[in-house]
Design a protein around this ligand. Structure first.
Ligand SMILES: Nc1ncnc2c1ncn2[C@@H]1O[C@H](COP(=O)(O)OP(=O)(O)OP(=O)(O)O)[C@@H](O)[C@H]1O
Ligand SMILES: [Mg+2]
Length: 271
């Protein structure tokens, strides 16, 4: 089912240069989509447009089949959760518990159910011991964990992570990914958009969208995208380790052109 549709969306902050430039896109539900692109390529602006935090002067956005406009923005936004790179300005509550509760209150979750949901999600992100602490006194990564718990606890149908795990250690990044994928098992329609500079994470997504200068330059499976090495390098983008290794092996004359997985390369090398 089509969950997101953009029709010729552009946006300019200064009225001169379009930082999102005539973007059209259709996304089906239930996908884990990575959005990559160099600094300033328009990824966060696109996320804000999707949420109705910024309004495109022309073009149309449809979410869940409904057009995003003034009359629908509140209703549609209820079904989307976003976590930004810098969680500092996302905290409202005096404690971590209040903060997670705030989002639930907004979605009219009954008070009787709240404690259980808060405990469940605090545990998922390993922040149970911090529920009575002040969000301001947490480390960057801990803040991100709380912000992620707050958003996931609301059971959105679309989650946008805008570099939401940038401050997490590698294990933490994996954990959050697993939590999101676990939630998708419960709700197969859950769509995860992950704006990321982590090329290894993008490699593990269902689909990758590459942005450059406000436009979608490429879209495809990780293997399709990372096969277009020269174009990616021209856009200052890196390749996953597996592809670099494959490249090095090809240069040495090994016939690995049809192997696309780390396991496949290991098997080849151990032969
Ligand atoms: N509030 C703002 N006011 C004016 N210009 C802005 C604003 N926010 C972003 N821009 C400009 O819009 C362009 C796109 O920014 P955007 O934040 O969407 O990029 P991005 O792809 O998310 O980059 P990054 O990877 O660094 O997060 C940049 O040139 C940026 O300077
Ligand atoms: Mg950004």
């Amino acid at each position: 089912m089509e969950i997101i549709r953009l029709e010729d969306i552009s946006y300019s902050y200064d009225g001169k240069k379009n930082v999102v430039n005539h973007v059209s896109l259709s996304l089906d539900s239930g996908k884990y989509v990575a959005i990559i692109g160099h600094n300033g390529s328009g990824k966060s602006t696109l996320a804000k447009l999707l949420l109705g935090l910024l309004e495109a002067p022309s073009g149309k956005i449809f979410l869940f089949g409904k057009e995003l406009k003034e009359e629908t923005v509140r209703e549609l936004r209820q079904r989307i959760g976003i976590v930004f790179q810098n969680p500092d300005n996302q905290f409202i509550g005096a404690t971590v518990r209040d903060d997670i509760a705030f989002g639930l209150e907004n979605r009219r979750v009954p008070h009787a159910d709240m404690d259980a949901i808060i405990s469940e999600f605090a545990e998922k992100v390993k922040m149970s011991d911090f529920l009575d602490k002040e969000p301001a006194n947490l480390s960057g990564g801990q803040k991100q964990r709380v912000a992620i718990a707050g958003v996931l606890a609301m059971h959105p149908d679309i989650v946008i992570f805008d570099e939401a795990t940038a401050m997490l250690d590698p294990k933490g990044k994996r954990e959050i990914r697993e939590i999101a994928l676990g939630m998708r098992q419960e709700n197969p329609g859950l769509t995860i958009l992950s704006i990321t500079h982590d090329i290894e994470e993008a490699f593990q997504s269902d689909e990758i969208i590459v942005m450059n200068e406000g436009q979608i330059m490429m879209r495809g499976t990780p293997n399709e995208i990372f096969a277009r090495q020269k174009e990616l390098l021209a856009m200052d983008l890196d390749l996953p380790f597996t592809f670099k290794l494959k490249d090095a092996l090809l240069k040495e004359g090994f016939d690995v052109k049809d192997i696309d997985t780390p396991e496949g390369l290991v098997t080849f090398l151990c032969r």
